[in-house]
Ligand binder design. Structure first.
Ligand SMILES: Nc1ncnc2c1ncn2[C@@H]1O[C@H](COP(=O)(O)OP(=O)(O)OP(=O)(O)O)[C@@H](O)[C@H]1O
Length: 518
């Protein structure tokens, strides 16, 4: 696919020259130069740990580079004077990869703490402002400004974060949004919301705004960007018009392999077909035993997962998929507390999609974050064998190509995608027979994604079972069967050969769409 959008020839908006930044032994930026112009959307790609977020931190004033120059328009800026407040004054906004909303506050209050409305009735005015922006970007949403954000699933929180970033400031001296930096903005959005956002960004750019759009979903880059930039190991290695680039060129510049198309490809060739389920591979005519049985879920249809099966969960975000996975995890951990309808045969490990809230232990090292689920395997009762723990962590560092000098470092020293890899290592490295995955590819680069697909396929062929909720439609082709959720219930089932986007969408939109959302 090639980009169709022209590269504008407008004056430079924000430029950085020869910027470098190190964190201890890690050189996150090496001599990076980049200019963003009004009316252009720059798609930024690169492997996990390539330096994309670090560069954005410098551009939006959250990080000062060790060296380098900045300018806004024709005005040179001392990087030490370029703060978040200065950047906002110039209309530079950012949506972070890790969401920055306060979970205990409502939508309106979250807007108020970022972009204060002065005087009386601020709550009503803040609520109106965020709703207006949500209407513009995500028409048909059902958010209420008085809803506490922490009660919403991550996909909906991501939508709020985006709308908040685009909402005009009322502070004196603040300029309208000139440059929007979106760092993996669709990582937890469902397909429909992601398309709405891409459409909005195209309108924003057409009206003269500038945007930097970071994503590991390369089809999005070609849908929205006029220019594509690739980072690799802290440096910019490719920078050209999207119309002269291609998916293959991007992947090659990133230094990654994509032996099989994994997303955005109409053939949907996939590793799962090569690594068929245990039953198919062995030509078994007998169905493998069930390891998970839910006779009825929320009063509706139930589900069965067999040994060696990969069961996909689909539907709009926030329609009960995560809730099911959490209930299964609880049932596996405490069978005595399981609700009557759930039977689970074996241990279960959960790969969280919301890594900040449910995944990482922020005060622990990379190694301990990985090994927490293996500790029982790594020593005698009450004692951890440090050598075994270290070896295990090193092995997984290699398998998943974690970008870190040492596994003893803090988990927060890792880039977002590398933190997510640690969660995979924790689950895959455990002895759990059932792996529950809650939209687990958030921020994971395409090379690693493909390795994970391969790993899942081979583990399933060896008898492990997977329940896999994903917001990326193409990933469903890695599953044997797919259950579609709508308003908390299972409303349909599709075998792999029956799977089509149109069918999933039709099932997702049937019945009362709004109830389970915001
Ligand atoms: N505060 C920090 N302390 C130590 N190392 C850091 C810190 N922030 C970033 N790094 C390191 O800098 C490198 C670049 O990280 P960065 O987050 O910019 O990558 P990225 O391209 O955004 O990756 P991802 O696609 O996973 O989000 C990584 O090796 C990361 O571990």
């Amino acid at each position: 696919m090639t980009g169709l959008l022209e590269v504008p020839n407008s004056a430079p908006l924000l430029s950085i020259r020869q910027a470098s930044k190190s964190f201890g032994a890690v050189q996150a930026l090496r001599d990076v130069s980049l200019t963003v112009r009004a009316g252009e959307c720059l798609g930024l790609a690169g492997h996990n740990g390539a330096g994309k977020s670090t560069l954005m931190n410098v551009l939006c004033g959250t990080l000062t580079p060790d060296s380098g120059e900045l300018s806004f328009g024709t005005q040179k800026i001392n990087p030490h004077d370029w703060s978040v407040i200065e950047a906002r004054r110039h209309g530079v906004r950012r949506v972070f990869q890790e969401l920055s909303l306060c979970d205990n506050l409502t939508l309106a209050e979250n807007l108020q703490i970022a972009l204060p409305r002065r005087g009386r009735n601020w709550r009503r005015r803040a609520g109106e402002a965020i709703l207006l922006k949500l209407d513009e970007i995500f028409p048909g949403h059902t958010f209420h400004p008085g809803r506490v954000v922490g009660e919403l699933p991550i996909g909906q929180r991501q939508a709020i974060e985006i709308a908040r970033a685009f909402t005009p400031s009322e502070a004196e001296g603040d300029s309208p949004v000139t440059l929007m930096i979106l760092d993996e903005p669709t990582s937890s959005l469902d397909q429909r919301a992601a398309e709405q956002l891409l459409e909005y960004v195209r309108r924003f750019v057409a009206s003269g705004g500038a945007c930097i759009f970071i994503t590991h979903k390369l089809n999005e880059i070609f849908a929205v960007a006029n220019r594509v930039v690739v980072m690799r190991d802290g440096a910019i290695v490719d920078d050209r018009a999207a119309s002269t680039s291609s998916r293959a060129a991007l992947v090659a510049a990133m230094g990654q392999e994509e032996a099989h198309p994994v997303e955005g490809d109409s053939s949907h060739d996939n590793v799962r077909r090569e690594n068929k389920s245990a039953a198919e591979i062995h030509g078994d005519t007998i169905t493998p035993p069930a390891v998970v049985e839910v006779s009825s879920w929320h009063g509706g249809a139930g589900l069965v997962v067999h040994r060696g099966e990969v069961l996909g969960l689909a539907g709009l975000a926030g329609h009960g998929q995560t809730e099911l996975l959490v209930a299964l995890k609880r049932a596996a951990d405490k069978p005595q507390s399981a609700r009557g309808t759930i039977r689970i045969d074996g241990n279960a490990a959960l790969v969280a999609g919301d890594r900040q809230a449910d995944g990482i232990f922020p005060r622990w090292s990379i190694k301990r974050n990985m090994s927490i689920s293996w500790l029982k395997l790594l020593g005698r009762i009450g004692f951890i064998n440090p050598d075994a723990e270290h070896q295990h962590a090193e092995r997984w560092r290699e398998i998943l190509e974690l970008k870190t000098p040492r596994v003893e470092m803090d988990i927060l020293s890792l880039s977002g995608g590398n933190q997510q890899k640690v969660l995979f290592a924790r689950a895959f490295g455990s002895k759990a027979q059932i792996v529950l995955m809650d939209d687990p590819m958030r921020g994971v680069d395409i090379g690693t994604k493909h390795d994970v697909y391969r790993f899942i396929a081979s583990e399933a062929a060896a008898g492990r079972s997977f329940l896999w909720y994903t917001t990326e439609f193409s990933e469903l082709f890695q599953c044997d069967r797919v259950l579609v959720f709508n308003s908390g219930r299972i409303v349909g089932e599709l075998a792999q050969h029956e799977l089509s986007e149109a069918k999933v969408i039709a099932m997702s939109f049937n019945e009362s769409l709004g109830e389970a959302r915001g």
